[in-house]
Design a protein around this ligand. Structure first.
Ligand code: PHB
Length: 401
């Protein structure tokens, strides 16, 4: 992990436009009206990991969001969109200060963040306390759309439960009865392994051992040696970003990819596949995306992302892109008047989005309802095998909405 100080970057355009806005208000106070407020830029605060093990994931979310806004000519619902950003470094202990800075000092209209479940839960608390609009473009912490659900909080991503629950049945169907699990010891790891185990054991499977290490450590050797000794039928895992690259390479270097099939939440091989190279071949995962989903929205998205960024899009870029689509739907419904919060929330909650991932809608807790796909790494891509479970809806346990 980097030890750099959290980075707060305000775009030059945002500074200029807010300075100009302030000057106008100072000179002509009587002219201030909702019409002027609507004409002012709408400010989005990106709170994402731009450094550390999840850095690439944060950048792809950022790129996906901006791609959507650029495709709409820089405006959504008639409002110019400006950005400010903070690097959350995937550090929960800094999260409250970071989001407070965006809300208090930067006066953002919307916060988009983040990747890490622990950081996201601190953000959810502040968003609830300050009634700030928050779109979570990755972090799966079940509680964000469970007991802590709120009208002003949406996810464009998934709940941790949602991505791995279907894998429990998938692995039974593939004939794997005795499985070892491995993950980082933090919210996302525990919840993803927990949901997998819930469905796997319900269908007659046995977890032979749960292996963990602290987030974001990457000293996998002792755990891989343990897997070799246990000789399970297969392994189910959750790692992401830089850690996932190293785990997959270490697993293959130990030769286990030849004898003990590796499965996981799709984050294991999404956004990481290029760096993993041959070591990723044959890995099977479940996720709300596959590279070769053959729908027009995905084909157009991948082409546009490649043109803008010179890189292949992935699930993180899709989640950023869809977060901007959600904002577009909300702002368009209120003709740019973000003060009409209830109408905005209602419009986003009722949205049916033709996402690159396939059909996307929202449950009462504002968590996506979406297909979860079984994918396999072939030819350096996460290729679709089948729909593991269609239109998966998180149970939103504890949500009072
Ligand atoms: C999470 O902490 O919720 C998380 C992080 C990285 C992922 C997925 C989930 O790729």
């Amino acid at each position: 992990m980097s030890d750099r100080k959290p980075l707060l970057r305000v775009t030059r355009r945002a500074l200029l436009s807010s300075a100009a806005g302030a000057a106008t208000l100072a000179m002509t106070p009587r002219l201030f009206s909702p019409a002027i407020a609507q004409a002012a830029p709408f400010k989005v605060g990106m709170m994402l990991p731009y450094t550390g093990t999840f850095a690439k994931l944060g950048q792809f979310i950022d790129d996906g969001f901006k791609l959507y806004v650029e495709q709409k000519g820089g405006k959504l619902g008639g409002r110019e969109i400006v950005f400010t950003q903070v690097d959350d470094e995937s550090k929960p202990e800094a999260a409250t200060d970071n989001i407070n800075r965006l809300i208090g000092r930067e006066k953002v209209d919307l916060v988009v963040g983040t990747v890490h479940s622990g950081v996201a839960m601190a953000m959810v608390k502040v968003a609830r306390d300050t009634n700030t609009l928050l779109i979570i473009p990755n972090a799966g912490a079940n509680d964000a759309t469970g007991p802590a659900c709120a009208p002003n909080i949406f996810r464009s991503s998934f709940s941790n439960w949602q991505t791995t629950f279907p894998a429990g049945k998938t692995m039974i169907d593939a004939g794997h009865k005795n499985v070892a699990t491995i993950t980082w010891r933090y919210t996302a790891g525990a919840e993803m392994i927990g949901a997998f185990a819930e469905n796997f054991t319900k269908n007659g499977g046995k977890i032979v051992e749960d292996l963990t290490l602290p987030f974001p450590e990457v000293e996998f050797q002792a755990l891989i040696t343990r897997i070799a000794a246990l000789k399970p039928d297969a392994v189910f895992s959750f790692f992401a970003g830089g850690g996932a690259v190293k785990f997959v390479k270490d697993y293959a270097a130990a030769g286990l990819n030849k004898s003990i099939p590796l499965y996981g939440a799709g984050f294991l091989t999404d956004g990481t596949i290029e760096a993993q190279g041959e070591a990723a071949n044959g890995i099977r995962t479940t996720l709300h995306y596959a590279d070769n989903l053959d729908n027009p929205a995905n084909v157009a998205f991948l082409k546009a992302f490649k043109t803008r960024n010179g890189k292949d899009g992935d699930i993180y870029a899709v989640q950023g892109f869809d977060a901007a689509a959600m904002l577009d739907i909300g702002l368009t419904a209120v003709k740019g008047d973000a003060g009409a919060r209830d109408a905005m929330v209602k419009a986003i909650g009722a949205a049916k989005i033709d996402s690159p991932r396939g059909p996307l809608s929202f449950n009462k807790a504002h968590n996506p309802i979406q297909n979860i796909y079984l994918r396999e790494v072939r030819n350096g891509r996460n290729e679709l095998v089948s729909i593991a479970q269609a239109a998966v809806d998180d149970p939103a346990r504890g949500c009072k909405l």
